[in-house]
Design a protein. Structure first.
Length: 179
């Protein structure tokens, strides 16, 4: 009995290429968000460890790790933002999908600004552990990422945006969603 299958997970057959938006039914934006979201959730955990650990070696190490985790997330989020912009430009102006995308974008732009502020404080300060203010900032980033991801997820799961069946699947009787 077969227990695993990849199906069409990596198949690009019969899929139209849409530039920075990705391939038909295989958009680039969602997978590119995984790294920044993960980084923006892990960093506050490391900050909490640092805050609790204080000047102990593991507290200092957690502070350093949180900073570099945020930095990696910020770099990766620039790719996610670029592909998200490409998707946004193809949305019909004034549509509900575009308005939801506007809300998602504003939330994530706010997150990006807070991450940059956090990084500036971290890398311009001589601190060796997470302060209460920096902990609050990183927790706020995690909360806003959660909210922004929920808004972005509603585009896919509630509105079916960028969820399309391949042409061959649609011809075989599968449902098709449009953007």
């Amino acid at each position: 009995m077969k227990r695993f299958a990849l199906g069409t997970a990596f198949s690009l057959k019969d899929r139209h290429f849409n530039g920075l938006s990705g391939f038909e039914g295989k958009p680039f934006h969602p997978p590119l968000t995984d790294l920044p979201v993960g980084a923006y959730v892990i960093a506050p955990i490391l900050d909490l460890v640092s805050f609790v650990g204080g000047s102990r070696s593991w507290g200092r190490d957690a502070y350093t790790a949180a900073g570099y985790t945020l930095l990696v997330g910020a770099v990766a989020s620039s790719l996610a933002a670029l592909t998200g912009l490409a998707d946004w430009l193809k949305m019909r102006a004034g549509s509900e999908v575009r308005r939801i995308a506007n809300s998602h974008a504003m939330m994530m732009i706010t997150v990006s600004a807070l991450v940059v502020a956090d990084l500036v404080v971290r890398f311009s300060d001589d601190a060796i552990t997470t302060s209460g203010g920096l902990l609050f900032l990183s927790l706020a980033i995690a909360l806003l990422v959660f909210l922004g991801a929920a808004i972005g997820g509603s585009l896919v799961f509630d509105k079916g945006y960028k969820v399309r069946k391949r042409v061959a699947d649609a011809a075989a009787g599968g449902a098709s969603s449009s953007d």
